[in-house]
Design a protein around this ligand. Structure first.
Ligand code: FES
Ligand code: FES
Length: 80
């Protein structure tokens, strides 16, 4: 299986807004991490992951793109 690019080996802390949809970059190529900017189309392997905020607050989106609980960091980056 092809692995995504590592944007950074740490999560991105983002202030999210309740009820808003976010599109997490799964390929690692986006220039507006942790979200998709359309760059995945260059390779055509990965697609962004939609996530809806149920409450406002700080969320930690995976930056290494290897998390098992997309789109959030699950600590996998520590073993990379
Ligand atoms: Fe990475 Fe769209 S740019 S999924
Ligand atoms: Fe990817 Fe933590 S940044 S698992």
């Amino acid at each position: 299986m092809t692995t995504p690019h590592i944007a950074q080996k740490a999560p991105f802390a983002v202030e999210v807004e309740a009820g808003k949809d976010y599109w997490w970059c799964a390929c690692g190529l986006s220039k507006s991490q942790p979200f998709c900017d359309g760059s995945h189309k260059k390779e055509g392997i990965f697609s962004p992951v939609q996530w809806k905020a149920e409450a406002s607050g700080t969320k930690y989106f995976c930056g290494c793109k290897q998390t098992k609980s997309q789109p959030m960091c699950d600590g996998t980056h520590k073993s990379l």
